[in-house]
Design a protein around this ligand. Structure first.
Ligand code: FES
Ligand code: ZN
Ligand code: ZN
Length: 315
């Protein structure tokens, strides 16, 4: 085995696109530096900003939190417990372990505490697929937590491979407008906090190594409702083979897309949801529609409950 590029220790891995053999310690610092320069390259945050970190119990958000904890930032880790069978119970335990390992405080928002039911019942009552309700609920709850916690941005753990896969998928399924959502960040507007993707240039395999070398706790099974379509599996396989033959191509596609995602934006007409008052593309936002259908109540009740919780946790 060869020596590390930076020290005399035995190298544990080879980073092909950087042409460097690295020991565990230097691999971790290589990724930390890469994440920090991603924040700068895409102008994601200002120094000392308060950032909401959405953690799920999975390795990607664990890597993001662990790496960002080494930078001078005010981080607010948040776990959304949607009550998905054992998956949510385990994920919650892991998030608690991770956050206490990093010496932080975790905010847990439980769907059952907010509306008296878990995701599966909510989806059944709203007559909508689990994953689509899950996506809407997560986006809405994170935004409301971020608004009341007065954070500058919400950081999501999406990595390079996921983003490139979705870009290719948008091309193949001729849904070019989806590309607009796949850049490194979105800006904030009144009532809607912008998102950042600090792992925009970090590959899935790099996340796995980082989590292993740093001994981070993470869930090694997926949500029982999650399912990846055949097309996505094939694209992922294809881009990984491309990377093997052309090291660095994934990052170069990501950088090119970062400069061009805005070209795929369609003019969105924003209005305020008549039920909760937050920005929406229709008269009533999709979260409020789901809540109304499933519980008969207004989404604004959920908003108020989160507000109380955040004031309580942060005071
Ligand atoms: Fe949302 Fe599985 S995590 S449906
Ligand atoms: Zn080294
Ligand atoms: Zn609403």
């Amino acid at each position: 085995m060869l020596n590390c590029h930076y020290c005399q220790s035995e190298a544990s891995t080879y980073v092909r696109y950087a042409k460097m053999h690295l020991c565990k310690e230097h691999f971790i610092s290589f990724i930390d530096k890469k994440i920090e320069s991603t924040l700068k390259r895409y102008n994601m945050i200002r120094k000392n900003s308060r950032i909401l970190i959405a953690i799920s119990g999975g390795k990607d958000s664990a890597v993001m939190l662990s790496s960002l904890s080494k930078i001078e930032l005010n981080l607010l880790p948040v776990y959304l417990d949607l009550g998905i069978e054992n998956y949510s119970i385990e994920a919650r335990r892991i998030c608690e372990r991770l956050v206490s390992m990093l010496g932080m405080k975790l905010i847990i928002i439980s769907l059952k505490d907010l509306i008296g039911m878990e995701l599966s019942e909510l989806a059944k009552r709203a007559h909508r697929p689990y994953c689509s309700v899950c996506g809407t609920v997560k986006r809405y709850l994170l935004n409301v937590v971020a608004l009341y916690a007065e954070v500058e941005k919400i950081a999501m753990g999406h990595h390079l491979d996921d983003l490139i896969t979705l870009i290719f998928k948008s091309l193949l399924t001729q849904r070019l407008e989806d590309i607009a959502k796949l850049g490194p960040k979105t800006e904030s507007m009144e009532g809607l906090i912008g998102r950042i993707r600090p792992l925009y240039e970090i590959a899935e395999s790099e996340n796995s190594l980082y989590a292993e070398y740093s001994n981070l706790p993470y869930l090694n099974f997926k949500c029982p409702y999650a399912h990846r379509g055949d097309l996505e599996i094939m694209i992922k396989d294809f881009i990984n083979r491309l990377e093997e033959n052309f090291p660095g191509i994934k990052i170069s596609i990501a950088r090119y897309m970062a400069k061009n995602v805005d070209k795929f934006k369609s003019e969105m007409k924003w209005m305020n949801c008549k039920s909760c008052g937050l920005p929406s593309s229709s008269e009533c936002c999709s979260f409020c529609r789901i809540i109304k259908r499933a519980t008969g109540e207004s989404g604004s009740i959920v908003k108020e409950k989160i507000k109380e919780k955040i004031i309580d946790v942060l005071s």
